[in-house]
Design a protein around this ligand. Structure first.
Ligand code: ATP
Length: 213
């Protein structure tokens, strides 16, 4: 049995954090027997529109959501860098912090993976971490193109997280909740409730601060 420490990294805009994110992070931590699972809110995501609420508020909602969950932790390093959040820079930083022996698992939904070839230094990410791709309701794994070629080239089983610190793409199928932050923002904008799609305390925060109206 390997004793290699395994750390999961789950990035996103979390605009806002919802049960889909939380269940996926928790299930993945358990399924892959990760020692840690970190949620990293992006400050300025380079590949998509600016988030609707400030970084401080998005981080605060994450803090509230994770308060009673010792299995998941918030990592605010991208918010402390006052520039676009490149995952490459983040993984490099984490690599410097942890000994080479630690296995890093960059986790993302299939939608994010299909977009990967647009990311800064995307093909080098695999030298710094494993990439764990999770099937997401309504999103298929790309059938062709650069992301598909990359998947075919690096696809491996989850045991590779124990045997190597980086280098594999691992595919996981989880029972995911069909919730999206876009859907939540639309509900609120049209004056409907988004209660029960996120922890109650996060919903209270959104209501108190009149976010996404
Ligand atoms: P938006 O609708 O604004 O795009 P989102 O809900 O997709 O937001 P993001 O912060 O963009 O959330 O996503 C961060 C990560 O969470 C991505 O890798 C995405 O695939 C994943 N993710 C989002 N929603 C779910 C869900 N319901 N189940 C599992 N993974 C999810």
């Amino acid at each position: 049995m390997s004793t290699r420490k395994k750390i999961g990294i789950f990035g996103g805009t979390f605009d806002p954090i919802h049960m889909g994110h939380l269940r996926m992070a928790l299930e993945l931590k358990q399924r892959l027997k990760l020692d840690e699972m970190r949620l990293l809110p992006a400050h300025q995501p380079p590949h998509r529109d600016a988030p609707k609420v400030s970084s401080t508020q998005r981080a605060e909602m994450l803090r509230i959501a994770l308060k009673d969950c010792p299995d998941l932790r918030l990592d605010e390093r991208e918010l402390q860098r006052n520039k676009p959040s490149y995952t490459y820079d983040t993984l490099q930083e984490l690599r410097k912090e942890f000994v080479d022996d630690v296995s890093l698992a960059l986790c993302m939904g299939a939608d994010a993976f299909a977009n990967l070839p647009k990311w800064y230094r995307w093909s080098e990410l695999i030298e710094l971490a494993h990439i764990v791709v999770i099937a997401r309701p309504g999103w298929d794994i790309p059938v062709a193109g650069e992301a598909r070629d990359f998947l075919d080239q690096h696809l491996n089983t989850s045991e590779s997280l124990d045997s190597e610190p980086s280098g594999s793409v691992v595919f996981q199928s989880l029972s995911l909740l069909p919730i999206s932050a876009t859907g939540i923002r639309e509900l609120i904008q049209t004056g409907e409730s988004a209660q029960f799609l996120m922890p109650d305390a996060v919903w209270s925060y959104i209501c108190t601060h009149s976010l996404y109206r």
